[in-house]
Structures are given as C-alpha cells and as structure tokens.
Design a protein around this ligand. Structure first.
Ligand code: AMP
Length: 183
C-alpha cells in the first residue's frame, strides 16, 4: 500500500508517520527530512533549497522531485510525508506510480485548526518555526497544498482525521482507517 499524509505544518504528520511506518512496515519518505539532510551535507540540491526553506516557501518542484525519485520504487510500499505539496507534484507523483504500474491508495488528511498548529510549532522550536516563517508556511499550505484535498477526494482516496485530539487518539483513528481499507 502507498499512503500520502496531508496536513498543515504542525498537524503531527511526522509523529504519526513514525507510527504508520513501524506498524505497517512502509518506507517513510519525508521531503522535509530529505531536504534538511541534503542541507546538512551541503549537497548542490540542499544548498539550492536553503533560501526557500528559511523563508518557508516551497522549494522548486524539480529539486524535491529529484530527491523523491531516488527513493522509488519501494517494494514494501511507501508513506509520503510532506509530499506532494502542490498540484504539480501530485500529478507528477501519479505519473511516476503509473509508470511503475502502481498507485497511491490512501490519502490521510490530518485536519487541525491554525491556532493550535502555531502553538505546536513554536513549542517544537525548529529553525523555521519562528512566527514570521510560520505565518508564511501556513499561507503556502492554504494556497498550494490544501487544494490537494479535493484532488484526492475526486479520486476517492481522501480520509480526513481530526488531528486536534491526542497523539494516541489520532494514531488509533489512522490505524482503523488504514486497516479497514487494507485489511
Ligand atoms: P516540512 O519538514 O515538511 O515542514 O518542510 C520544511 C520545508 O521544506 C518547507 O517549509 C519547504 O520549504 C520545504 N519542503 C518540504 N517538502 C516540500 C515539498 N514537497 N515541496 C517543496 N518544498 C518542500
């Protein structure tokens, strides 16, 4: 099974992705983690991405896509976290899977109110978790990423889960949803 996690920054995608990966044995692909690793190693792609990440803007699609494609295919199934972030990436991803005669099966949308997200991000304290950058990341999410909900809804793949509940409760709901769909 191949799963996508959608949700605003701070919705808990990373935390829940760890649970899903461990429980269902999927390969966890986080575009944010891949970008931060490249940045730490000072690779060409990482250095190109830096300014965008510092501002909270999306890194250009071709940079992100190059990193994602290196991780595919994965026999055990994939969990995407933080990717796709816009319609172009979603379409490209569908194309890649279709070339592999495979598909995205389920999209989990972790839904949470913005004020809660801001508190969570400030508590996390990553470099791009300061109020100005957070505001931009939320704007970018609203304008570019949220439209993916209807893209996947149309494909009949979208499940929305209330992510304002406790980590345990959210994980329970995700597990039920994936087990129902995939046995
Ligand atoms: P994240 O760890 O998912 O919050 O991502 C941190 C930052 O990495 C974002 O603010 C973007 O600058 C960049 N980024 C992560 N994933 C993507 C993506 N799929 N497309 C473009 N930029 C991304």
């Amino acid at each position: 099974m191949n799963v996508v996690f959608l949700g605003a920054p701070g919705a808990g995608k990373g935390t829940q992705a760890e649970n899903v990966k461990d429980h269902f044995g999927l390969k966890h692909i986080s575009s944010g983690d891949l970008l931060r690793e490249s940045l730490k190693k000072e690779t060409d792609l990482g250095l190109k991405a830096k300014a965008y990440m510092d501002r909270g803007d999306l890194v250009p699609d071709e940079i992100v896509f190059a990193m994602i494609q290196e991780k595919l295919p994965a026999k055990q199934g994939v969990l995407f976290d933080g990717f796709p972030r816009n319609l172009e990436q979603a379409k490209q991803l569908d194309q890649v899977f279709s070339n592999l005669e495979d598909k995205i099966d389920t999209v989990i949308n972790l839904d949470v109110k913005e004020d809660l997200v801001v508190d969570r991000l400030i508590a996390r304290g990553r470099k791009d978790d300061n109020p100005e950058v957070i505001k931009n990341r939320l704007d970018v999410y609203r304008k570019q990423t949220q439209p993916l909900c209807s893209y996947y809804e149309t494909q009949g793949k979208l499940f929305t889960i209330d992510a304002s509940e406790s980590v345990e409760q959210v994980w329970d709901n995700i597990k039920v949803c994936l087990e129902r769909k995939h046995g």
